[in-house]
Design a protein around this ligand. Sequence first.
Ligand code: SDX
Length: 428
Amino acid sequence: MSKTAELKIDGKTYTLPIIEGSENEQAFDVSKLRGDTSVITLDPGFKNTGSTKSAITFLDGEKGILRYRGYSIEELAEKSSFIEVAYLLIYGNLPNPEELQAFQNDIKYHTLVHEDIKKILEGFPSNAHPMGVLSSLVTSLTAFYPESLDPNRSSEAVNMSIIRIIAKMPTFAAWAYKNEVGHPVNYPDNKLDYCSNFLKMMFALPAADYDADPVIANALDKLLILHADHEQNCSTSTVRIVGSSQASLYASISAGINALWGPLHGGANSAVIEMLENIKKDGGDTKKWMAKAKDKEDPFRLMGFGHRVYKNFDPRAKIIKKAADEVLDKLGVKDPVLDIAKGLEYEALNDEYFVERKLYPNVDFYSGIIYRALGIPVDMFTVMFALGRLPGWIAQWKEMRENREPIGRPRQIYVGENVRPYTPVDKR
Ligand code: SDX
């Protein structure tokens, strides 16, 4: 006998089915509520509302658990590679050696972008934010691959669209950076692995050899794994809802990039470094800034702290914090803001306001410190987040399409004017 919930409205009782997931999460299904009662649910920010049933990522905010297709983030970060994790998220299982090799070869074969895309890039002024350039270049793929516009084409055609965007995203990201610094773009070098190729496109300069430091390439690969998916976060929900109208994969991913850009979401990693630099400039008085973060009259928030789901340590933050120490040590980098970050973390973890609200460091709190040590400029940090999140967006879009989910169209409660007659302007 499946479980149910009862809802009493105006003296009448309605029975709602309870859905239970494979990790015993429960939800009562309100999909028939309006038809039976003319009543809807209301939940600004969807803080307590599930939008779908998904088999991709599981996270437990109370216990600080994160798993991709059942594999723990700790194991994947330590033992896997970003390309292998991308395959796992998109196709559902870890690839065997032949599958992994074929996937890597497919990606290497498609890293080059149409030469006319350089004309789009050159149309941007050098002060264009790389996230705006990235979302525009991704959208341009709809013009160069018009067959990608129809998400209902064969699974082979959809898979070709998937391979192309995974292959070309590092090229777009590096080109957005080169446009900003006024350097000539570099073309992909398919002899290299995914991260080394990206670093070379980012940092190689004419008439100078460039070999990516394996320490940097490995650290970047681990960071991309940690950002690869995170269930129904703001940008992933955007990708799903845009894709639910049967808009193309590239249009949906471009929308996700723009949602990620916001400082409350993926833009937080850049905001954390800007915050830490301000605190350093202000003399490093972390107590003053903690007080600002708690002052309701002050719009300042402790960037990189708090999370909609994690009410315990974000497991990714723990891994990144450890990696930050290792990478800076290996590279011989001393970054004074790392000490400020650790000081803030210590104070927040012992402060009643933060403890009461279960505000812990999230994925963005330490990631910027590593990106900076890797030589990546601050306004490229969110581009790095997008590079990591791409396979998750693809997997979620693919699952939504394969499950033939309905177009996303939330309801509302109207609180405006009641009906009133039009009055001519000379009578107002
Ligand atoms: C990401 O969803 C995901 O999974 C996202 C992500 C992913 O992988 O996709 O994990 C990536 O976006 C991480 C979050 C990055 N953002 C930041 O670091 C920005 C700073 N954090 C906050 O703005 C906030 O914590 C959010 C946006 C992350 C979560 O906001 P919620 O869930 O809407 O919580 P809230 O704003 O209702 O806050 C609850 C209380 C409030 O105080 P009260 O009204 O109860 O008195 O906590 C306070 C808030 O004022 N609060 C903070 C705070 N975060 C929440 N106070 C000071 N500093 C903060 N950072």
